[in-house]
Design a protein around this ligand. Structure first.
Ligand SMILES: [Zn+2]
Length: 352
């Protein structure tokens, strides 16, 4: 992060900050967060309520719709410069929310993972899964971190300082980020049913741009059903997942395509060994754009000769399943028994 040769006037304060950062191990555990707090789970994000998820927010993933940068932003983000320590907007900033890439808008860090490192730059001990890429720094010693979506320079990552239980410090320039307060972040939401929700959740959680996946029940006629009720097959619910995603890094179409690749949409009221109406295939849409995309993908599969049984319906209330159903395979350390990915050769352009 230090550009000593380019910015000689910054040498002394930066060296002072480097020494402070290097002495971080003596600070002990984080100061901003209670050390008794358990480390945040990978999917520990706040998300829209179903009532808020009334429209999709998709844009083209991989688009070059970048924000115009000021000369100082460009110096850091494009030319890998460094802002002065203890001067950045977010160095002493601990509101609840999401830190996004200042150039492309991708979600990078959660405020829950921010801690006081005393180094003069914002510090995080975890990133949003897949949002930050690590590359060897040109200095041959450190590890640079860049936005995985646009490649913009963020700072450096340091391991082994023992500052937090995760033993990781993302040292990020404030000017590389834009903070979005909780409640103002624009998440994308999608709902899918494809048999046992353990396997559907497993695959979708690994998709680029996915922030969290919750297993639950929907499309039934009983409020707040429990697993045993749904298994009796008389509440009308389908085992479903609620997917929360970053609309900068992915979109509904990419997720829906993956959904069709990880289950067999031709099976009626079953998926593999799981038999019953609650194991049916469904895409439950939050707006007309999602419905159009889902119907288009079903039509494409039918053109390929598949007798698709997937229902496409407006989403009704999503009821989260019991805790023991969440992150099932992650906790068990095992692989799905009835879901595997079979890539589909989709046409280049969706056909309506
Ligand atoms: Zn970016």
């Amino acid at each position: 992060m230090f550009q000593i040769h380019r910015q000689r006037r910054w040498v002394l304060p930066m060296l002072a900050a480097l020494l402070a950062a290097g002495a971080g191990a003596s600070y002990g555990y984080r100061q901003a967060r209670d050390v008794a707090d358990p480390p945040p789970e990978a999917c520990d994000v706040s998300y829209q309520t179903d009532e808020e998820a009334t429209t999709s927010v998709d844009q083209e993933p991989g688009s070059d719709e970048y924000r115009d940068l000021t000369p100082e932003e460009e110096r850091v983000i494009v030319h890998k410069g460094t802002e002065m320590p203890f001067t950045g907007e977010y160095d002493d900033h601990f509101e609840a929310g999401i830190y996004t890439c200042r150039r492309c808008g991708a979600m990078l860090y959660r405020s829950a993972d921010k801690f006081r490192a005393g180094c003069g730059w914002p510090a995080f001990d975890d990133e949003i899964r897949g949002a930050v890429r690590r590359v060897p720094d040109a200095d041959g010693m450190r590890t640079e971190i860049v936005c995985a979506h646009c490649g913009g320079h963020l700072g450096h990552v340091f391991l082994g300082e023992r500052l937090t239980p995760k033993d990781t410090r993302h040292c990020v320039n404030s000017i590389s980020m834009l903070f979005v307060p909780e409640g103002e972040a624009r998440y994308g939401t999608a709902y899918f049913a494809g048999g046992c929700f353990w396997g559907v959740e497993y695959w979708l959680e690994r998709a680029p741009g996915v922030l969290s996946v919750v297993s639950g029940y929907m499309q039934g006629h009983v409020d707040n059903p429990c697993y045993e009720e749904v298994c009796r097959q008389d509440t009308g619910h389908a085992e479903s997942v609620k997917v929360l995603y970053d609309p900068v890094r992915t979109n509904f179409e990419a997720l829906a395509k993956l959904f069709f690749e990880i289950h067999d949409p031709t099976q009626v009221n079953r998926q593999g060994p799981d038999v019953g109406h609650s194991y049916r295939s469904g895409v439950y849409t939050v707006d007309e754009d999602q419905a159009r995309v889902a119907q288009s993908l079903v039509a494409q599969l039918r053109k390929m000769g598949l007798d698709v049984a997937t229902e496409v319906e407006p989403a009704k209330t999503f009821w989260p399943a019991e805790d023991y159903h969440q992150d099932y395979y992650q906790r068990k350390g095992s692989q799905p028994y009835c879901h595997m990915r079979r890539p589909i050769d989709w046409p280049q352009t969706p056909q309506d």
